[in-house]
Design a protein around this ligand. Sequence first.
Ligand SMILES: Nc1ncnc2c1ncn2[C@@H]1O[C@H](COP(=O)(O)OP(=O)(O)OP(=O)(O)O)[C@@H](O)[C@H]1O
Ligand SMILES: [Mg+2]
Length: 314
Amino acid sequence: MNLSVGKGEIFGVIGHSGAGKSTLIRCINLLERPTEGEIWVGGVELTGLNKRDLQEKRRKIGMIFQHFNLLSSATVFDNIAFPLTLIHTPKQEIEKKVNELLELVGLKEHRNKYPSQLSGGQKQRVGIARALASDPDVLLCDEATSALDPQTTDSILKLLLDINKRFDLTIMLITHEMHVIQSICDRVAVIHAGGIVEEGPVTEVFLKPKHPVTKEFIDRDSQGEDGFRLSAASLVGGSQLVRITFLGAKTYESIMSQVVRETGVNFAILQGTISTIKDTPYGKLKVSFEGSKEDINRTIALLRQRELDVEVME
Ligand SMILES: Nc1ncnc2c1ncn2[C@@H]1O[C@H](COP(=O)(O)OP(=O)(O)OP(=O)(O)O)[C@@H](O)[C@H]1O
Ligand SMILES: [Mg+2]
């Protein structure tokens, strides 16, 4: 694999179970040492460091896990303080830092509780606070929301986005849910059988997936494919199926109605969705155009002229 993640970026890695996601992310802080190749973090080659320097560098790479990995016999406060007590940070300093972190992750009232008294979402907030205790430059998240319900997942994703912006923290996260990638990632890599099969900005990969594995992840997320097939099958002859993709501000413009008014072509909407990728709006529309071949072709050309992505379907 050859992969680079930019500073301040939220980089997602998606793949099926066993694809090698955890192995990849564990290589980044050398929890797993690759048999070949180099790992560079912030201009330093980790694979070339001695044990002591590596330990030092690792403190600047935080990590959170699917099953939180908290100390069950320690309070919330002590869990968060753990990385600091480990390096003998003065008590006063720990107190100040942990209080800040408790505030940041919204757990001020829970500081003296034990992990068993917390919900999954709260446990992950403790995990995040602990990972942030040594002011890392990079945060690695291995399926950090996979054990959480959809609502709690979204609140944790919001927190990750917030700390990414606030501290210009580089985040690499691993997931098998397209939804997670779509909500907060800037770029994504799709991994399959130990290799990267597709990589790029989420808007690109999500709207124009190339590899079958990527398509599968996206189709699973967008329901109604069967309904579309049914309605497409009952179309009259002479109509043309097209898939139109809107991106950014174009999503909300009345381009379609302007163009068909000009060409006189009619259309039926067979499937449509409007959503966002991180903070970019997009729309996907499947329609059938009815009219003369010539008028339909002119419609498609005009839509493309207005910078919509139009794909003619079989
Ligand atoms: N230490 C190891 N030695 C040999 N094989 C391993 C080792 N660790 C993982 N594997 C194998 O490597 C492959 C990738 O495992 P990995 O845990 O990275 O997958 P993953 O994508 O994180 O899967 P999941 O979504 O289930 O967590 C698997 O086939 C696994 O059995
Ligand atoms: Mg894994």
